[in-house]
Ligand binder design. Structure first.
Ligand code: DAH
Length: 338
């Protein structure tokens, strides 16, 4: 049987083993080796106390109990130390480069639309919206487009059901606004329009328009020309030239198309402008008295002008995009460039 000296000698060994335990599992193994209920090395010594000769028993018992207390205490300390390390987590290499945040970008159509709205906003135009699912009244009838007009051919429209279709133009919003407000009105309406066109580099069956309408006492064609010319210079740059050419729309009289000098060749003639030097960007005109009557305005009391331009087409011109389909494919490598 071990004597007091041997028991004391075990202390250094036990504490060293505890300190060497690298994780909770290893520490538990050390605990079982020394304090295990059946065969722990200290447990065996405790059980042996009664068989020590009475003269040595007290000193022996004291030594074993002191050893047990020291080991138990060191086990607790080691356990706490291991847990603290685990909570801190793995070491962080602060010299690694940071993770770059992916910066979002506006879609070119959103960008063009916002820029257009900002420009006309300086002239007092308010932004309004209308529904994409429309009725024939707002898409045609109220706009003075008679039932036999070719634009009303069911094959040229996306009808959802009888008399309900996807709007083919944002001019619908003119009717909606005037039905609901008394003059003066000075609004622009951006939005999607739909036509069953064959999709190619220049055409999409869904595209965007910006509609404009200014109705008030004494609005003239001179106001139309100055607003739209100023718009073109602000949007495309001060060097751009504009040209108005007579045209026909059922909802305006007189009607015109506005052309801007080609942005690519500055008017010299190139494939983009079909060698004419000019590119058509919008339709416009003085609001037809029939439209005023349809919405309950007095054509003798107010005059107004309206315009409608393709946003996609103008964004393409401005940003040098040659295929309209690129705008709707949502290819990030394309969109990232704007
Ligand atoms: N709505 C016409 C279109 O989609 C464009 C247009 C022409 C709008 C003349 C107008 C306008 O407001 O006055 O082709």
């Amino acid at each position: 049987m071990a004597g007091v000296a041997e028991v004391s000698a075990l202390r250094a060994e036990a504490l060293a083993r505890i300190d060497a335990a690298a994780d909770a599992q290893a520490l538990d193994a050390v605990r079982i080796e020394w304090l295990g209920r059946k065969a722990g090395r200290i447990t065996v010594l405790l059980k042996a106390i009664p068989s020590v000769p009475p003269g040595e028993r007290a000193a022996f018992g004291q030594a074993v109990n002191a050893l047990k207390a020291a080991v138990a205490e060191r086990l607790e300390a080691r356990k706490a130390a291991l847990e603290a390390v685990r909570q801190e987590g793995p070491a962080v290499d602060v010299t690694l480069p940071g993770r770059r945040l992916a910066l979002g970008k506006l879609h070119p159509i959103t960008r063009a639309t916002r820029e257009m709205i900002e420009i006309v906003g300086r002239l007092g135009f308010e932004v309004v919206e209308g529904p994409e699912v429309e009725d024939e009244w707002h898409n045609f009838v109220g706009l003075n487009i008679p039932p036999d007009h070719p634009a009303r051919d069911p094959l040229d429209n996306y009808y959802l059901k009888d008399q309900v279709l996807l709007r083919t133009q944002t001019s619908t919003v003119q009717v909606r606004i005037m039905e609901n407000r008394k003059p003066p009105v000075r609004v622009v309406a951006p939005g999607r329009v739909y036509r069953p066109d064959t999709v190619d580099a220049g055409h999409s069956n869904m595209f965007h328009q910006l509609e404009g309408l200014w109705v008030e006492q004494g609005v003239t064609f001179a106001d139309l020309k100055s607003v739209l010319s100023m718009f073109a210079r602000a949007f495309f740059g001060p060097a751009v030239r504009t040209r108005f050419q007579p045209s026909y729309f059922p909802f305006t009289e007189p009607s015109a198309e506005m052309y801007v000098s080609c942005l690519l060749c500055a008017g010299a003639g190139c494939p983009m402008c079909k060698r004419t030097g000019w590119i058509e960007i919008l339709g416009c005109g003085m609001v037809d008295p029939n439209v005023f009557e349809a919405v309950g305005y007095d054509p003798e009391a107010v005059t107004g002008f309206a315009f409608g331009m393709g946003i996609d087409r103008q964004a393409m011109l401005k940003y040098g995009i040659t295929d309209i389909r690129l705008l709707f494919e949502n290819n990030v490598r394309f969109l990232r460039q704007f």
